[in-house]
Each structure stands twice: as structure tokens, then as C-alpha cells.
Design a protein around this ligand. Structure first.
Ligand code: PLP
Length: 392
């Protein structure tokens, strides 16, 4: 029995375990200090009322003879897909029901989509980056070219004529940098993809944080994207589904590569290897798209955005360079006094009992940068920024 030797090439990720170790040590030595965690990448607000009620109703339905459901359609129930279709229609994006695939979250689909592509393809991945894109390609031994994101390009790398690749990952609003591509920038990426016969894997997991109507929430707002892009979306950050698990992936019927329809291939892949998202969860997800649901989730999103704003204002006051924080739950800042990411981590913990995430953990270009998140409470975020203000 032979194993997949590519797993040996994966970098051990010590980022979050090292953070936990340092925080534990600090708490042990400073038992009376309240540590405030602004490194949280998970949501903290509870599910909204509409979602809870819809799921409760679905549970009761499942306990009746008439309402019981067994295996559902692998690609999701029409009642949810219809709501997503309307959600896109509001932005003048026309989808067909068969182009929407309900998933148990964006992470699974971002990894699973690679089943459709040859291992000979070259992938282009921004650095710094959400590590899933890198690791899933290492597992399949694909050649990776890193796309330099840095302060000069505001962490929004653009295509160059000499870059040749078959697949590119774009994430906007970005994790970890919070940076958001505008329409003209995404138009350039679509143009590049078409010229190079390449595919864009567009991660829109944080689209709900965009409040400027001029900024694209979806790659399909860009003309021509339907023949060169797949979009991954998630209710994790939109509606607090990180533990509930539901997302959706858009694979357009126009997407033909190598004489094969990616839509048909993805349907075949999902019907073979995936048995769908639970009915109860899909009813909860459906409620997210109701008028009342949208109102309720926006209260939570605004709660996080208020925190991001408090962080951003403090950084501005001290002339600290940052991206994100306006259309994103993440704030990506340049460590003051040219500190390294880990030096700044230690400084914040020791001097202010604040925990964030060192940028170096997201790739080599993250060195010297630091990620703060807006997922803590308003009170804690305010207190943390008062402390930061003092030590700066
Ligand atoms: N994409 C990005 C950029 C993320 O940051 C995350 C989660 O943190 C995901 C996808 C995964 O989302 P999901 O919970 O839907 O799997």
C-alpha cells in the first residue's frame, strides 16, 4: 500500500498552535490580566431569529410522515437555489438553477473543485493567502506560482503579460488582507484569463461586507466572466453559518475547457462523491434570503463592521498603514517601527494583552504585517483599541 507522498510537502502550520501556546503562557504569568482576542477568524454573533425558526420548523416537519425527507438532490433543493438566483438577479446577474450548487461551505468546494482539473495545470496563488488554496494544490502536486501582493499594489496583485498559468485564485474581499478589487481591476483579470485560456476561482466568502454598490460582490458582475470563472460563496460569515455549514458554488453552463463542460463535470463529481446539505440546514439558509432574514443578518454584519471601524480609526490616528476594515471584517496593518509580525505579536500581548494574527503565517509577503479581526464584542474591541492607543 503506497501513500500520497505529496502530503510530505505540506508545511506544518504552527501559526495557531504557537499563538495558543504564547497566550497560555501569558495567562499563566498574568492571571489578573484580561486578554482580548482580535485574532478570531470565526463569527461570534448567534444565528438570527428567522434562521432558527426556519430550522425548528424543518425539524418538526422531519418528524412527520408527510414531511419526512431522506436523501435530497446532491446539488441542493430548488427552494434554496431559487432564493440564491433572485439574490444574484438583484445585481443583474442571470443564473440558471442548474448553475447553482449548494455546498456544506466554501472550503470543501474550493478543495473538491480540483478533481476537475489536470494535475499538469499551473496555478497562480496570491501571497499572502488563505492557506487552503496552497495546501489543496500541494496535495495534488500541481505547480504553484505565487502572485506578489504587497504594500505597493495595496495587496491587490494584478495580472502581467508574462504571467502564464491555467488557474488563478482571487479572493475579494480578501482574507487575510481585507483588500477589495474594484470593477476595473477584475475586468483586467477576466481579460487576462480569456487571453490565457485560464480559469478564475473566485472566492466571494466575504461579499456581504461590501457596502459600496460600485464594488463588485461577484465576479459575474464583470462581462465575460461566465466563460472563465467559478464563484465560491458561503453563509459562514454572511449569516453565522460557520458551525451550521452551508454555502454555494456557481458553475456556469458556458464554462467549457478542453471541450468539456465544467458544469456537467461538477454535477457528476458532486452526485458521485457528495450527498447534499441536510434539509434542515437548507431551510435555515433559505430564511437568510427572506426580507426579514436579510434585515436580521445585516444587523450582525453591521455589528462587526462597527468593530472594524473602531480598529481602523485607532490605526489612522497613529498613522499606521493598513488595508481592509471598511468592506471586510479583517484589518491588515503594517507593524509599527518595522517590527516583524511575531515581534509585534509579542509586543501587543505583553504590553496590552491583545492577541492578533502575525501576517507571516499567511505567506512570505505577510512578514512585517499583522491581521486584526472584528469578530469580538463591541465592548472588547473598544477596550482593546484604548489599550493600543496608550501603548502606541
Ligand atoms: N474562503 C475564505 C477566504 C475564508 O477565509 C474561509 C473561512 O475562513 C472560507 C473560504 C471557508 O468558508 P466556509 O466556512 O464556507 O467553509
Amino acid at each position: 500500500m503506497k501513500t500520497n507522498q505529496n502530503y510530505k510537502k505540506l508545511n506544518e502550520s504552527y501559526l495557531f498552535s504557537t499563538i495558543a501556546k504564547k497566550v497560555n503562557e501569558y495567562t499563566k504569568n498574568n492571571p489578573d490580566k484580561k486578554v482580548i482576542k482580535l485574532g478570531i477568524g470565526d463569527v461570534t454573533r448567534p444565528l438570527c431569529k428567522s434562521v432558527v425558526e426556519a430550522m425548528q420548523k424543518a425539524v418538526l416537519e422531519m418528524g412527520t410522515q408527510d414531511g419526512f425527507r431522506g436523501y435530497g438532490p446532491e446539488q441542493g433543493y430548488d427552494f434554496l437555489k431559487e432564493k440564491i438566483l433572485k439574490y444574484y438577479k438583484k445585481r443583474n446577474i442571470n443564473l440558471k438553477l442548474d448553475e447553482i450548487f449548494i455546498s456544506d461551505g466554501a472550503k470543501s468546494d474550493l478543495g473538491n473543485i480540483l478533481d476537475l482539473f489536470s494535475k499538469e495545470n499551473t496555478v497562480l496563488i496570491p501571497d499572502p493567502v488563505y492557506p487552503v488554496y496552497v495546501d489543496t494544490n500541494i496535495m495534488q502536486n500541481r505547480k504553484i506560482i505565487f502572485l506578489e501582493a504587497n504594500q505597493e499594489n495595496n495587496f491587490l496583485p494584478m495580472p502581467k503579460d508574462d504571467i502564464k498559468a491555467d488557474i488563478v485564485y482571487l479572493c475579494s474581499p480578501n482574507n487575510p488582507t481585507g483588500a477589495v478589487y474594484d470593477k476595473s481591476q477584475l475586468e483586467k483579470w477576466v481579460k487576462w484569463a480569456k487571453q490565457n485560456n485560464a480559469l478564475i476561482l473566485f472566492d466571494a466568502a466575504y461579499e456581504c461586507f461590501i457596502s459600496d454598490v460600485n464594488l463588485p460582490k461577484s465576479i459575474f458582475e464583470i462581462e465575460g466572466a461566465e466563460t472563465c470563472a467559478i464563484e465560491f460563496c458561503s453563509l459562514s460569515k454572511t449569516a453565522g453559518f460557520t458551525g451550521t455549514r452551508c454555502g454555494y458554488t456557481i458553475v456556469k453552463e458556458d464554462l467549457i475547457f478542453d471541450e468539456m463542460s465544467l458544469n456537467k463535470m461538477w454535477l457528476r463529481r458532486q452526485t458521485t462523491k457528495f450527498n447534499g446539505v441536510p434539509y434542515i440546514i437548507q431551510r435555515g439558509a433559505e430564511a437568510v434570503f427572506s426580507e426579514q432574514g436579510q434585515k436580521e443578518i445585516s444587523e450582525n454584519i453591521n455589528y462587526y463592521k462597527k468593530n472594524a471601524n473602531i480598529i481602523a480609526e485607532t490605526l489612522k490616528k497613529h498613522n499606521i498603514w493598513f488595508t481592509g476594515g471598511i468592506h471586510s471584517p479583517y484589518i491588515w496593518l503594517k507593524c509599527p517601527s518595522n517590527m516583524t509580525s511575531w515581534d509585534f505579536f509579542d509586543f501587543l500581548l505583553e504590553k496590552a494583552a491583545i492577541v492578533g494574527t502575525p501576517g507571516a503565517g499567511f505567506g512570505k509577503n505577510g512578514e512585517g504585517f499583522f491581521r486584526l479581526t472584528s469578530f469580538n464584542t463591541n465592548e472588547n474591541t473598544k477596550e482593546a483599541m484604548e489599550r493600543l492607543d496608550k501603548i502606541l
